[in-house]
Design a protein around this ligand. Structure first.
Ligand SMILES: C[S@@+](CC[C@H](N)C(=O)[O-])C[C@H]1O[C@@H](n2cnc3c(N)ncnc32)[C@H](O)[C@@H]1O
Length: 230
């Protein structure tokens, strides 16, 4: 087995001729969603499946993930914590604020928090950031995967309130949640336009990539805030 760190906290494990994306297990000896555990030189890694994670798909599409070991991350659309658990692995000195509005999924996410102290679970609607403004601090990264028709607006209002001026937005846009019949590339173009122009907080898109074949009709996007001129 051969292990190579391809981005801070993200590893490529070569085993039996296969390349496996992985993070270093912050809770050794246990997995989260049935993923494989891989051992090398006293360290344990958790295989990270790009078909179950837009963020992992973005990594495999060679999109730079600007998460560092001490980052503050706001994660919108946490679900039961599949990807949040890998973000938690990447943050030995950081914290991830995980927002999810479904109480049923939140129950599973809370179980994950029992074993990982760097996840702050927040049961709230991500389109209303004022409701969790007293919990979340200024963050280095917002990752959003919410599958809503107003995805761009949700990103903008959260960035307005929480994203540091030099922070990054990582966004997964699901075309079918915005328009079920339109051509996805048309939807993506319109969403990028909205992010660049429509809201009080505007973004400069640095990189975008289709996430197929891992996630059909999804666009992964990395952006920075456009700073307001005085
Ligand atoms: C595609 S799933 C997220 C999967 C997760 N990111 C992962 O990789 O493990 C989308 C999640 O967003 C949640 N969601 C949708 N709209 C939301 C909103 N306005 N506020 C908070 N959560 C929302 C859904 O309940 C669902 O759990």
């Amino acid at each position: 087995m051969d292990v190579n760190e391809i981005s801070e906290g993200i590893f490529e494990v070569r085993k039996g001729g296969k390349k496996i994306l992985a993070t270093k297990n912050a809770n050794p000896g246990s997995n989260v969603y049935g993923e494989n555990l891989l051992e090398e030189e006293g360290e344990e890694y958790r295989a990270w499946d790009a078909r179950r994670s837009k963020l992992a798909a973005m990594v495999l599409k060679k999109m730079k993930v600007p998460i560092k070991s001490d980052s503050r991350v706001l994660y919108l659309g946490a679900a039961s914590g599949t990807t949040v658990s890998h973000v938690s692995d990447m943050l030995p000195n950081g914290i991830v604020y995980a927002v999810e509005f479904s109480p049923r999924t939140m129950r599973e996410l809370i179980q994950l928090c029992d074993t990982r102290s760097n996840i702050v679970p927040i049961l709230a609607d991500a389109s209303r950031p004022k409701l969790y403004g007293h919990i979340v601090e200024q963050v280095d990264v917002i990752f959003q995967d919410v599958a809503q028709p107003n995805q761009a607006q949700i990103a903008a209002v959260n960035a307005e309130q929480f994203l540091k001026d030099d922070g990054h937005l990582l966004l997964s846009i699901k075309a079918r949640s915005i328009d079920t019949v339109a051509n996805p590339s048309k939807v993506f173009k319109e969403e990028v336009n909205k992010l660049e122009k429509d809201f009080d907080t505007q973004f400069k898109v640095i990189k975008k990539h289709d996430l197929a074949p891992f996630h059909e009709d999804h666009l992964g996007l990395v952006a920075k805030k456009k700073l307001k001129e005085n």
